[in-house]
Design a protein around this ligand. Structure first.
Ligand code: MRU
Length: 368
């Protein structure tokens, strides 16, 4: 069986028939030339408020507070955060700037631990400084713009690759928010769903609410509504039952980190979906740009899983809903073993039934 398809470093070719504007209207991260403009995802969908970040500390705090969230989006925000930091230091050339920006890089890196895109973007930003001269500030800003631009192109390409795996008329279930709100646009898993809807392959979209932060309920179904894509919200605990009814043929999710053996860290609850999908014969697809692939980490067991405040579980909207004195445990990601995954889709191609060998074949000669 051919387990790696379409892997190449060829330039992306856009889907000729896809009206991207129609299916992708929301933007979460915008550089306005002076500051970083973020759509505040803590208050969506009831309020569409923007937070303008003028310095690197504000960007790091916004990442930690989930004003901006989703692995690719936090990488992009961090890149622009470093551009903001570059305005607060003096340096004659790139190598000097790199040293002067070490604290800012560290502050951004520490904002969230699981999504590898954050460290990847900061490494890439620092790398361009190595040979930069006195125009290092412009070089840094160009690199941030390139990271953002390439993410959008990758998402559009992945949309087409992933959609091609789906039989026309299928139902899909997604988890968390992997759309334009989580990326520079179009989305990863949600990009595949957008492309699948446009091509008539996806006939039914279900979204899990994604307790406790409700990325599915507050963000995904709102985002799809903006683009005229009907989606049905389910309680996370309804997923296995939904699968048993035969209404979904694919679970499609994003990733925060994909390790060298094909294990996938993603929003808490993803692992349970993969187990339920395998039991019911539902296929499981992970969609992520190559910036999410971490070939330096051997397996998912080595990934640091972010723990967030127990207050996210003990109440809602600032109102306590659980008896005083009760404690909670709140890991916000989990690891899905490669053995439960049918396809990993990146902009470089599709790895079917991922394992260490197939990942190594796909990423050979690359330090992604
Ligand atoms: O805590 P979040 O909302 O940042 O978690 C986001 C996810 O888990 C997404 O599935 C992942 O980052 C991929 S987004 C394209």
């Amino acid at each position: 069986m051919e387990c790696t398809v379409g892997l190449s470093s060829a330039p992306f070719s856009p889907v000729a028939s896809m009206d991207y504007e129609r299916y992708d209207r929301v933007r979460a991260v915008t550089w306005n030339g002076e500051a970083l403009d973020l759509l505040d995802q803590r208050v969506l969908p009831m309020q569409q408020a923007r937070m303008i970040c003028h310095d690197v500390g504000q960007v790091a705090q916004a990442i930690f507070d989930l004003v901006v969230r989703g692995a690719p989006a936090i990488g992009i925000a961090a890149a622009w955060g470093l551009v903001l930091a570059s305005r607060q230091i003096q340096a004659k050339n790139g190598p000097e700037a790199r040293v002067a920006l070490a604290d800012a890089t560290q502050t951004l890196n520490a904002a969230r631990p699981t999504a590898v895109n954050l460290a990847w973007a900061l490494r890439r930003m620092n790398a361009v400084l190595a040979n930069a001269g006195d125009d290092w500030r412009a070089i840094l800003a160009n690199e941030a713009a390139a990271i953002e631009r390439e993410d959008l192109a990758a998402n559009r390409h992945m949309g087409r690759l992933g959609a091609a795996l789906i039989e026309p008329g299928s139902g899909v279930l997604t988890h968390c928010n992997t759309g334009s709100l989580a990326t520079s646009g179009f989305g990863t898993a949600l990009g595949v769903i957008r492309a699948g809807v446009a091509e008539g392959r996806v006939a039914r979209v279900f979204a899990g609410e994604t307790r406790p932060w409700l990325q599915g309920a507050r963000l995904t179904v709102w985002e799809l509504l903006q683009d005229g894509i009907p989606a049905t919200l389910i309680a996370d605990s309804a997923a296995a039952h939904l699968m048993s009814t035969g209404q979904v043929q694919w679970v499609i999710v994003g990733a925060d980190r994909i390790t060298a053996n094909g294990d996938v860290a993603n929003k808490i609850g993803t692992y349970a979906l993969a187990i339920a999908a395998r039991y019911h014969g539902v296929k499981f697809m992970v969609v992520a740009p190559s910036s999410t692939v971490d070939m330096h980490t051997a397996t998912g067991a080595e990934i640091e899983i972010e723990q967030r405040s127990e207050t996210e579980l003990l109440g809602y909207g600032g109102q306590r809903t659980v008896a005083e004195g009760v404690r909670a445990w709140n890991p916000v990601f989990d690891v899905t073993p490669a053995a439960l995954i049918d396809a990993i889709v990146t902009e470089r191609g599709v790895v079917l039934q991922p394992n260490a060998q197939r990942m190594a074949d796909a990423w050979s000669g690359d330090d992604a």
